[in-house]
Design a protein around this ligand. Sequence first.
Ligand SMILES: Cc1ncc(COP(=O)(O)O)c(C=O)c1O
Length: 458
Amino acid sequence: MPNYPVEPFRIKTVEPIQLMDPAARQVAMQRAGHNLFALRAEEVFIDLLTDSGTGAMSQEQWAAIMRGDESYAGARSFFRLQEAMQQIFGFEHFVPTHQGRAAENILAALLVKPGMSIPSNMHFDTTEGNIRARGGHPVNLVIDEAFDPTNQHPFKGNMDIAKLRAFIQKTGAQNIPFGAITITNNAGGGQPVSLENIHQVSATYHEFGIPFYIDCCRYAENSYFIKLREPGYAQKSTLDIAREIFSLADGAWMSAKKDALVNMGGFLAVRDHSLFQRISNELILREGFVTYGGLSGRDLDAMAVGLWEGLDESYLAYRLGQTAYLAEGLHAVGVPTIEPAGGHAIYVDAGCLLPHIPHAEFPGQALCAALYLEGAVRGVEIGSVMFAAPDPKTGEMVYPRLELVRLAIPRRVYTQSHLDYVIESLGNVAKNAPALRGYRFKYAPELLRHFTCTFEPL
Ligand SMILES: Cc1ncc(COP(=O)(O)O)c(C=O)c1O
């Protein structure tokens, strides 16, 4: 089995984890209504539910926390964050938010009117939810290669420029308040977007007078993929690549819980001064004053340090090496995944592993449940539970093209032997795949239903 670049850190603080016995896991699953979001953390051995806010902070971040300035207005912590923001992203204005979806909510509240459309390569679930909550239509225009799990395209997160142009012409620019792109493309396998594509997306939106926003929570991983894979960028630093990316946009929002290596935080950044004023008013109403935005001063300091650590290239080499290692190990035990490996996660192709379970019976949920029962490993379904929705015109159920289970790797948390354990557990599940059965909903809310729904096994 291949090794990945050795961790560029050593472990100073230890958090014990324990493997519950199989009978206790069965009881936990029943109590949770078979939804892994409802498990208690101590019922999980290796937690790959998300890479969001689950990373380990560094000694410099913990030291920065002690410097946190908790002044209500004008805290020193805010200005330290502003310094990092200006050097990396270069937008004229920004507000901190408590996480990514708070920024999405503000943007949608101010810009999205009922009936409007927002294109992207692929929107993530919270982005979709916030757009729909304002009566808008999220539209996904990623390249077709994204839906071919074994296609080795180096930038499967790219947007299809011909589709984007045709969509704008059909819809009318006046019905598109802003255009977006997600880097990396979380809903489509954590796949990166090339700088060439970002240039084209920016030029296309701007040709039609549409402002261009980047959902950038994994921008550092995306930038490092560009360095590794895109001709002409090998000699550039990840920081310079990031600067080039953001120079093309009118704004960005970030869940800092990913590449800014913090447990809580986010931001919304823009160039337009009058929009910034409206954002500030909305922020004050719902989140907090403009220099803290729903966070403590210490959180702002941890983010200021984490933004720089997230761009460190020895860390990024180890980080992307971990996901590649997990993917190769899974292939070796007969588990199909989206290829190439994503930046923050491996996406297991549950539809391919469980062809006997139809979309309506949630193959991804079946695989998540089986993996938990086998090894107390927690992943998350990214398939019909999360994304199937009735067509607004015909009422007919529209299923996503891929039924996936995402195994997201928290940053700087798990070692190679943890990943080996995951590979072994999922390999055992794969051996028994034909015997697995589907699920149906017992309860499901209308929006973002995967978080709180409950299931019945079929
Ligand atoms: C691409 C993307 N956008 C937005 C969000 C929302 O961020 P948060 O969970 O901080 O609200 C996420 C979270 O996973 C994400 O992956």
